[in-house]
Design a protein around this ligand. Sequence first.
Ligand SMILES: [Mg+2]
Length: 219
Amino acid sequence: MTAAPPPARFTLFLDFDGTISAGETFVKVLKTFTPDLAAELIPRIHAFDVTLREGVTRMLESIPSSQWEAAYTCADDVPLREGIAELVAWAKRNDIPLIVVSGGLEAMVRRKLGPLVHDITAVYAIQIDATGPFLKVVSPFADEQEMVAKVDVMAEHPADVRVAVGDSTTDVRMAQVAELVFARDRLCQQLDERGVAWLPWDDFNDIRVALAARWGLDA
Ligand SMILES: [Mg+2]
């Protein structure tokens, strides 16, 4: 009699902006507090003409530190997408690590998540030093392309099945290395262009139900 194989380990990696948040929050900061640079650089980032790292650093570091509090609170009215609280509770109940990995502002992500943050395994995003005249970006997971290299964050949390959930440009590399991808909005076409398979989703109830069925767990 052979021993049963060890159960597969699952981990969820969720983007924040446009994924957990039902609207853009970080882009709102950029368009509100550095509108000229945002108008120039955001389209170039989406066209992969300017790296996220360069574009985001230039935009954020043009914002005076006196506007920091107004900046990270400016998306307080943007709702979170349906089903996130249920997904977080389900992941916790099933001992499935749930990691939020965002190229946005950690202060804003934590503020938006509110009490949910206590049941989330880890949050990775851009930290800000607002002690000088202008914001200074602090990002331990920056690489030459991104302020928060989501693939490097994923490497910190090894698992047999890594699930990536995202919506846009900043999730392309994460999706390329994940074993399972849930995509919406711009990310769908970007993955089609790269031959990466993905599953559609509308809200987090879809994802919870799909994963529970796939992995033989209660939803
Ligand atoms: Mg996003």
